[in-house]
Structure formats: structure tokens, C-alpha cells
Design a protein around this ligand. Structure first.
Ligand SMILES: C[S@@+](CC[C@H](N)C(=O)[O-])C[C@H]1O[C@@H](n2cnc3c(N)ncnc32)[C@H](O)[C@@H]1O
Length: 310
């Protein structure tokens, strides 16, 4: 038996992904929404009968979570959500303390080994997997952190990461901003980075990322810390940041200040309709677009800082 807290909101169906992302960033361990509103196959894209526009989304938090502050953060986030999804993008419904009989393990059923890039496969530790020649298998145990590669935003980062590592020279120093499980920094270390640093505001994520580095045998090349971006020094050949567009824009100067001239930048976590905005903002900070991907409602950008490395 496990005890949890739940936080339920009403939202427009198309905003479910953005809100799930938001709750994950505020410590939620999982999400559920009212699938009865969808067709028999459970496919939101092919509903039978047509779904209601509004659905309920419940985010599950650990017992220690402070739902008062989650509620305040959610209320503060509503104007941002409204910019993309309209005035009635979300409203608070309820918060509850719940006793759970197995939900915590259920998500594991969906986390299977998956090839996510040309070479990269991600798997959980409990699934055996025989790699083919040249395949890079990352073993990721998410614990309470975000980043198994099942989310579009992580997947696109991994694909851009491979592209940066296919180019010359190899990015040797890598900064993974908002590291979560450490998946991107660990992937960089496995692809050949000599030093990858993951930073995250969440100490639990940092702990998980450190453990994943150990499982993947890269603890000598990847380490994670809660060091704020503003306190980081040095320049990196590749910077990765999978956080929401608003955070990326807020931190544009601090992120680009950590990039080597000619260095790579992967930005993800961007709602597709905001990608031009993010691109323009980063252009004003001296970056040029080198690639763009879209997957579902999410977009990711590959940028290069102007100039050549000294
Ligand atoms: C969407 S997850 C990305 C995790 C992983 N990098 C991936 O791509 O799957 C975003 C992560 O960024 C962290 N984060 C959000 N805002 C941050 C900030 N201002 N400084 C550091 N970390 C932040 C969150 O705690 C969360 O672990």
C-alpha cells in the first residue's frame, strides 16, 4: 500500500500534454486523464464518439508534496497556458490524499526497450536487451525524475544529439540543463563526450541522474548537480535544454553564455506554435538555426552559436 496526493484540474484536451509537462516539472510522478471521453481504442486522434473538448487531468504527487504551492504555481501558470489554448485553458478541481494499491508500478508496463534514434536505444534496468552491433543502449531508471525517452521532447533531443555527434569536431564538453534522469547527458557521455554535466533544480532528479550514470558506467564522464545555471562557468561544445519555451526564453542569455563559439544548442519542450518565437529570441542572442523537428504538438530546435571555436 502506498500513499499519494493527487491534484485534479479541468483543461482543454489539447492542453493535456503541456499541463502534464508542467506538473512533471513540479514534482508529479504520473498523470491520468479521463479516457472515457475518447473512443474505444483510447486514441485521442480518432475518437468515437467525438470527445468533449474539456477533460480532467489528475497529477499524482509523492506524499510529502506541498499541494498548496502546486496550486499557486498552477494558478500562476494559467495565463501562460491561456496564450496557447485560449481563455478557458484550465481550472482547479480538487486536491486529495489517496491510498494506492499498485498504481506506482503500473507505468512500468509501458516502459519497454525502444530505439529512439539512429543508434540510441533506451531501456529500463528490469528489461533484458541484446543490442545489435553499433547500437548504444542506455539503461535509465526514472525513479521520481522525468526522462525515459518515451516523451516526444526527450526523443527529439536524443535525435539532435546524435546529429551533433555525427558532425566534426566531436562535442567534447556537454551541458545538460534540466537533466531529469540524466538521459541526455548520459547519452552524450556514451556517444563520446569527455565531460558532460547535468544540472537540475530538483535534488531528487540529481540523485536519480547520478545513479543512472553509475548504471551506465559513465560516472567518470557525467555528473549531476543542483548548481544554478547562473553559477556555472566555462563554455560547452553542446548545450541541451528540454524545458518549456518560457523558461528557455527567460534564460536565453545564461544559456548562450555557456556555449562555445560554433557550439551546438538543442532546445526542446517547446509547443510547436512557439518554436518561431524561441528561434527568433535565440537569433538575437547570436545563434543560427541548424535544424528543426516536430513531433505531435512539440517542437525541438538545433542551433549553432555564431563564430568558430578558438
Ligand atoms: C522536461 S524535464 C527534461 C528531463 C530530461 N532532460 C529529458 O530531456 O527527458 C525538465 C527538467 O528540467 C528541470 N528544470 C526545470 N526548470 C529548471 C531550472 N530553472 N533550472 C534547472 N532545472 C530546471 C526539471 O526539474 C526537470 O527535471
Amino acid at each position: 500500500m502506498t500513499r499519494w496526493k493527487s491534484f485534479t484540474v479541468e483543461t482543454r484536451r489539447e492542453a493535456v500534454d503541456a499541463l502534464s509537462h508542467f506538473f512533471t516539472e513540479h514534482g508529479a510522478l504520473g498523470m491520468a486523464y479521463d479516457e472515457r471521453l475518447f473512443g474505444p481504442e483510447g486514441d485521442p486522434a480518432d475518437p468515437l464518439p467525438p470527445p468533449e473538448e474539456v477533460t480532467r487531468l489528475t497529477a499524482y504527487f509523492p506524499w510529502e508534496a506541498d499541494l498548496h504551492s502546486v496550486k499557486q504555481e498552477f494558478l500562476d501558470f494559467l495565463p501562460v497556458l491561456a496564450e496557447s489554448f485560449g481563455a478557458e485553458a484550465g481550472s482547479f478541481v480538487s486536491a486529495a490524499e489517496i491510498t494506492d494499491f499498485g498504481w506506482a508500478e503500473k507505468w512500468k508496463e509501458n516502459f519497454k526497450p525502444r530505439r529512439l534514434g539512429r543508434r540510441i536505444t533506451v531501456k529500463p534496468s528490469w528489461e533484458p536487451y541484446a543490442p545489435s552491433p553499433g547500437e548504444v543502449v542506455l539503461t535509465i531508471d526514472p525513479g521520481q525524475a522525468f526522462g525515459t525517452g518515451t516523451h516526444e521532447t526527450t526523443r527529439m533531443c536524443l535525435q539532435f544529439l546524435e546529429e551533433a555527434f555525427d558532425a566534426a569536431p566531436l562535442p567534447l564538453r556537454v551541458l545538460d540543463f534540466g537533466t531529469g534522469t540524466g538521459i541526455l547527458g548520459i547519452a552524450a557521455a556514451r556517444l563520446g563526450a569527455s565531460c558532460a554535466v547535468g544540472i537540475d533544480v530538483d535534488p531528487k532528479a540529481v540523485e536519480v541522474a547520478g545513479e543512472n550514470a553509475r548504471i551506465n558506467g559513465v560516472e567518470d564522464r557525467f555528473y549531476a548537480a543542483t548548481t544554478p545555471l547562473s553559477c556555472m562557468e566555462g563554455r560547452y561544445d553542446l548545450v541541451l535544454a528540454n524545458v518549456l519555451a518560457e523558461i528557455l526564453i527567460d534564460l536565453k542569455q545564461e544559456i548562450t553564455a555557456r556555449m562555445e563559439r560554433g557550439g551546438w544548442l538543442v532546445l526542446s519542450g517547446i509547443l510547436a506554435e512557439k518554436s518561431d518565437w524561441v528561434e527568433k529570441e535565440y537569433e538575437t542572442a547570436g545563434c543560427r538555426l541548424a535544424g528543426k523537428k516536430e513531433d505531435g504538438q512539440w517542437a525541438a530546435l538545433l542551433l549553432r552559436r555564431e563564430g568558430t571555436a578558438p
